[in-house]
Design a protein around this ligand. Structure first.
Ligand SMILES: CC(C)(COP(=O)(O)OP(=O)(O)OC[C@H]1O[C@@H](n2cnc3c(N)ncnc32)[C@H](O)[C@@H]1OP(=O)(O)O)[C@@H](O)C(=O)NCCC(=O)NCCS
Length: 183
């Protein structure tokens, strides 16, 4: 994680386990729970269990980890392969996503968790670029990602359907040499 980012104490990442899935279902099945900019309606959570059974949410092309504060799960981070920039096996980059449970937002946990995920992904995979997108109105996520050293690359216009209308998204990236320089 970039040396200048203040880390929230006691925050870690670990593999998801069965008892986490109920908490994730409870927390993210409402607009307040998911966050206004991440609420796309109810979603089928059966896949969470199937995926746990299949590969414990650690796949070759995507994955997810629990965000913990002490012994408690307080959110989830995800990553997946973005292959929009060229041939999948040569130009793929990681894209990251995060959700912190509502009661734990605004205390530095989202920034810390994404910093830990970036460290994890650059350490364990030889990829060059990590990208993130978020809604233009999601100021908390933009601040978090900027504090971690991501560059704002531009606005992707009206790309996301949510709450009865199309929403602009902001695209960010962090490159491996930038991450190495910040450590
Ligand atoms: C977005 C999210 C991950 C940020 O994590 P967090 O733990 O709440 O945020 P942090 O405490 O690390 O704060 C990050 C920055 O955002 C600011 N911030 C936090 N909540 C804010 C809010 N509601 N409005 C504006 N800024 C806010 C903080 O002040 C901080 O900036 P600063 O250091 O300049 O003061 C979290 O709020 C969340 O899970 N939201 C719902 C799901 C979501 O939007 N996920 C991102 C999807 S792309």
């Amino acid at each position: 994680m970039a040396a200048h980012v203040r880390q929230a104490d006691g925050v870690s990442l670990r593999k998801l386990v069965a008892r986490d899935l109920e908490r994730i279902e409870e927390e993210f099945q409402s607009e307040d729970g998911a966050g206004t900019a991440q609420w796309f309606g109810f979603w089928n959570t059966n896949g969470l269990r199937a995926r746990l059974e299949q590969d414990q949410h650690i796949g070759a092309q995507d994955g997810a980890l629990a965000v913990t504060l002490g012994a408690d799960i307080v959110g989830k981070v995800d990553w997946f392969s973005n292959t929009a920039w060229g041939r999948a096996n040569t130009s793929a980059c990681w894209e990251i996503a995060v959700g912190i449970f509502a009661a734990y937002r605004g205390r530095g946990i989202g920034t810390t968790a994404q910093g830990l995920l970036i460290d994890y992904l650059f350490a364990h995979y030889p990829r060059h670029r990590i990208q993130a997108t978020t809604a233009v109105e999601n100021i908390a996520e933009q601040r978090a990602i900027e504090k971690l050293g991501f560059s704002r690359e531009g606005v992707v216009r009206q790309a996301q359907w949510r709450a009865g209308q199309w929403h602009d998204q902001v695209l960010y990236s962090l490159l491996r040499p930038e991450w190495e320089a910040a450590r």
